[in-house]
Design a protein around this ligand. Structure first.
Ligand SMILES: Cc1cc2nc3c(=O)[nH]c(=O)nc-3n(C[C@H](O)[C@H](O)[C@H](O)COP(=O)(O)OP(=O)(O)OC[C@H]3O[C@@H](n4cnc5c(N)ncnc54)[C@H](O)[C@@H]3O)c2cc1C
Length: 119
């Protein structure tokens, strides 16, 4: 019988999501304080469990190398100058927290580049 390779999926709070969440939280707090915020709540400590079913990500990886990604850093599909992607698919992961603000920020950058034809 031929054995087919298959991915093994795990649930739970692993090391990488916690580090990504802590980094994102600290940088976001820095930005908020720099913008004048006086009360900032940072997220630290163990995760309360994973939340993945409604936060799909990936399938059209964003990157700088067409050999390993589908779109360039401005959402343009490699090899198709007039096709851009501006949604959650360009994120390989969600960085440990809910994704919409990151999707929104990345989409804004993609649209800005399109409108101003910078890239
Ligand atoms: C119950 C629930 C709660 C959530 N809560 C949060 C939250 O609190 N915070 C957070 O950050 N994120 C939350 N999310 C996740 C967030 O909603 C998604 O990550 C985000 O909407 C993904 O954006 P997107 O643009 O990639 O895809 P979508 O928002 O799904 O947009 C895809 C669009 O494409 C359209 N479409 C699909 N197929 C076609 C087709 N063939 N032709 C034309 N149009 C098509 C769809 O109608 C849809 O409008 C939640 C998701 C769910 C389901």
């Amino acid at each position: 019988m031929r054995v087919r390779p298959a991915p093994r999926l795990q649930d739970g709070s692993r090391h990488h999501p916690v580090r990504a969440r802590d980094h994102t939280s600290a940088r976001s707090a820095d930005w908020l304080r720099a913008a004048g915020a006086t009360r900032v709540a940072e997220l630290h400590g163990p995760l309360r469990g994973t939340s993945g079913g409604q936060h799909q990500a990936g399938t059209l990886r964003m990157g700088t190398d067409p050999a390993t990604s589908v779109v360039d850093p401005f959402g343009r599909v490699w090899g198709h100058d007039n096709v851009r992607v501006a949604d959650g698919s360009v994120h390989v992961t969600n960085g440990g927290v809910n994704p919409v603000l990151t999707i929104f920020a990345t989409a804004m950058r993609t649209i800005d580049a399109l409108v101003h034809a910078r890239a």
